[in-house]
Design a protein around this ligand. Structure first.
Ligand code: ATP
Ligand code: MG
Length: 449
């Protein structure tokens, strides 16, 4: 601190220099120190530079450090080919087919290393009929690599050995001014890759950056291009938004940009029902809060919340038509999951947990006899209870039910006994009227298959 201060007062004032088409911003101006770079990323840039290559920390990490945020991960860009990177680091592997990257392993940390890429000249570019880039896998130099990135703030290169930032597109000033600006002509860049529209929304919401006017303007009119993007990639982006810790701002920003319709069919349906909207927004706020406290969040819980009011509507309909509640719940769950699978590829692996959370909801109503005790032992009790609290907060069920379970969980045996509700006469009678049939095989002591 003092050294820097003295230097500022007595030393030569630090200045931005030029190197070719790049501006080179010195440490004294940007303040990002080598120590702020992760162990692995420093090892990678040092190792590659010692072997005679260029190597920089690049992308989101540089942007986040300039904004005084903790980067999620550190990516490195280099002029070494993937094979050359592999030769420098033994614990590494080449991944990816379309564009090969190298993962270098340092214990828990994985550093992603990409070789400088170039934008393909217009006549060689492989695009679909809408102008979407199908291939952009040519190696290039640093300047070309900067030009193929999306926003100016994402195209900064940091050299940990000199602590300098290389800037080809004014990203340093933009980041300082919290301005998210597309490199090049936004219309062309959205056509090349429509997901950049969603990235603009996510990054501006997450980082509190303003979207530059020219970058924002075409988005409303070009949203239909998102129809051509593979579902899996859209889901990836949507998940990143929902789990960004700023999901509420993301949704608000999506609405402002008129991108919320059509992007996420499950949101389309839910946001139109007043009860559903309140519930979903509460679930998202709850997720944001958990992330800010560094607690874990499960995508399955979030999906269960997003689809809950659809499940509820399908269930109500079936019960009105005379189906039994539990059977109706199973049928409603399958119906909703089946429909959503077609529209928005929610991975199957979340189904089991989503169903468990939904099924537990009916069981919270049962507060007599042994049933509450059995419910407490369910492995998914905690998630189910958190879900119940959201239902209370949204006004779907009475607060009293949530409060009862909140107390019952931690109450003494005596208190629990007091809290239990009396068995309803109907319950027992019904059970007595329908005694279990004893299969003949069990009489002989053999298990039934
Ligand atoms: P986050 O903090 O969410 O990881 P990020 O900007 O690092 O944000 P990544 O998906 O990790 O996002 O991408 C790393 C870098 O790759 C970006 O900073 C950007 O330079 C470049 N990039 C990513 N997606 C695109 C895209 N669709 N078009 C052009 N460049 C992209
Ligand atoms: Mg990143």
């Amino acid at each position: 601190m003092i050294k820097k201060f003295l230097k500022r007062v007595f030393g030569k004032p630090a200045k931005i220099k030029s190197a070719g088409n790049a501006r080179v911003v010195p440490f004294e101006l940007h303040d990002v120190a080598r120590e702020q770079i992760s162990y692995g990323a420093k090892k990678v840039t040092d190792g590659l530079q010692a072997a005679g290559y260029q190597a920089y920390v690049v992308g989101g990490a540089v942007r986040d450090l300039l904004l005084k945020r903790t980067p999620k991960d550190f990516d490195v860009a280099t002029d070494a080919t993937p094979e050359e990177v592999r030769r420098v680091f033994r614990r590494s592997r080449i991944i990816g087919r379309r564009f090969r990257l190298v993962h270098v392993m340092f214990g828990e940390e994985v550093v992603e290393v990409s070789t400088f890429r170039s934008m393909i000249e217009a006549e060689d570019a492989q695009t679909d009929e809408h102008g979407r880039l199908l291939r952009d896998n040519q190696f290039g130099d640093q300047e070309q690599d900067a030009a193929r990135r999306d926003f100016t703030a994402n195209a900064l290169f940091y050299d940990p050995s000199t602590q300098e930032i290389y800037d080809y597109h004014g990203g340093y000033a933009d980041t300082r001014n919290r301005l998210l600006r597309m490199i090049g002509d936004p219309v062309v860049r959205y056509r090349e890759d429509p997901v950049r529209m969603v990235r603009a929304v996510r990054l501006s919401a997450k980082l509190g950056m303003q979207i530059d006017a020219a970058t924002a303007a075409p988005i409303g009119g070009m949203k239909d291009l998102l129809d051509n993007v593979p579902q899996a990639r859209l889901l990836d982006e949507v998940l990143k938004m929902l789990l960004s810790g700023h999901s509420v701002e993301c949704i608000q920003q999506l609405r402002k940009m008129n991108l919320h319709n059509g992007l996420l069919p499950l949101l389309d349906v839910i946001l139109e029902q007043p009860m559903g909207e309140k519930f979903v927004m509460l679930a998202l706020r709850n997720t944001d809060e958990r992330l800010s406290q560094e607690k874990t969040v499960s995508p399955a819980f979030l999906f269960a919340a997003l689809l809950w009011h659809e499940v509820l509507a399908a269930w109500n309909l079936r019960v009105q038509q005379g189906e039994r509640p539990v059977g109706a719940m199973h049928a409603a769950m399958d119906e909703v999951l089946g429909k959503q699978k077609e529209q928005l590829a929610i991975p199957h692996r979340h189904d089991a947990v989503m169903k468990e959370i939904w099924l537990l909801q009916q069981r919270f109503e049962q507060r007599a006899g042994q049933r509450p005790f059995r419910l407490l032992e369910q492995p998914r009790f905690r998630a189910g209870f958190d879900f119940l609290l959201l239902r209370c907060a949204s006004g779907e069920v009475d607060d009293e039910l949530g409060l009862w379970w909140d107390e019952f969980q931690d109450a003494s045996d005596e208190r629990r006994a007091e809290m239990l509700q009396p068995e309803q006469a109907g319950d027992k009678k019904r059970r007595r009227r329908k005694p279990r049939k004893k299969p003949e095989a069990t009489a002989a002591g053999e298990p039934v298959a």
